[in-house]
Design a protein around this ligand. Sequence first.
Ligand SMILES: NC(=O)c1ccc[n+]([C@@H]2O[C@H](COP(=O)([O-])OP(=O)(O)OC[C@H]3O[C@@H](n4cnc5c(N)ncnc54)[C@H](O)[C@@H]3O)[C@@H](O)[C@H]2O)c1
Length: 337
Amino acid sequence: MKKLRVGVIGCGRISVRHLLPLTSIDEVELVACCDIKKDRADEAAEKYGIKAYYSYEEMINSEKLDAVHLCLPHYLHSSVAIYAFEHGVNVLTEKPMDVNLENAMEAVRVAKEKKLLYGVIFQCRYNNPAQLVKKAMTSGKLGKVLSARSVLTWNRSDDYYNNSDWKGTWDKEGGGVVIDQAIHSIDLVNWIIDSEIESVDCTMHNRGHKIVKVEDTAEGYITYKNGAKYGFYCMNNYACDEPIEIRMFCEKGRVTFSYHDAYIIYNDGTTEEAHENNKTNAADGGKDYWGSWHIRQIRQYYNALLGKEPLEISGEEALKTHKLIMTLYKKGGMLEE
Ligand SMILES: NC(=O)c1ccc[n+]([C@@H]2O[C@H](COP(=O)([O-])OP(=O)(O)OC[C@H]3O[C@@H](n4cnc5c(N)ncnc54)[C@H](O)[C@@H]3O)[C@@H](O)[C@H]2O)c1
């Protein structure tokens, strides 16, 4: 069988979470990688025995690719995705879809027009605890979510921002803790509640990162048309990376979950739980506070590309969370500062 030819664009920190899984899928052949920083592209190319490019246009035009993975600064995601679609190439992009809504919607439109598969990484949805809670929700066992809350306290040091030419900037990262880190916990809750949003309120502050202008702290309150109410708090000025904590008070039970564990206590006294096997995840090289299941999502994407099952996290699906994130920034009030 002819293998799908795949390339990775952007060879920075997250790229290993794409490069490595791509070497383990039988139907896929990882053929090329690209980074404008030559040393990064060369290093990845040597490690995986693939060809290095320093221009994504050149890679796409030379390699007859079936799909590209985008591991780029946020502001480039939609424009590079659109370039790939216009050249007949499917795309799996890292979160977030973009730094604004219009570009993200345009990428979804072009993918649809060209009948290509557009996937967006939200790997935390593939953690065992998150899967258990979603299943209990969709089966009706938990009833509707009445209230949910999430807390994320991570550490992004001044060095983290100093060592990047795009993080901590409004134009290239599109914000701070909300668009880059808390997007995972906000996405999990939004995905599990799965209802149209009625109202959004949010405050944002920069309390501890004086070298950047973006927010490092935010709290928000979201109401849904199905009656659910969701409050969140996040900050990336904490001394360590704690696992996210999510709680849900539902019609038929209560839920507590994080990356490692989920516990459901139903109103009738029965319980269910799910856990992550740390060894498996360490082998995959993931980090145990944000979820390391890129490999599950990447396999799902290729199963969809091969026509074996529908794509789970499509551009349309990811837009639900992207719209919410963009509204949080409008309400948060820091964009104008
Ligand atoms: N899913 C997750 O849990 C997770 C975790 C970390 C990062 N990410 C996401 O992954 C993406 C990349 O983040 P990162 O931490 O790897 O950033 P990074 O800065 O380490 O890597 C980005 C790379 O893109 C390269 N690049 C910039 N412009 C380019 C262009 N025009 N063509 C080719 N290469 C170009 C840069 O030189 C850099 O090497 C972001 O969207 C980030 O939010 C996701």
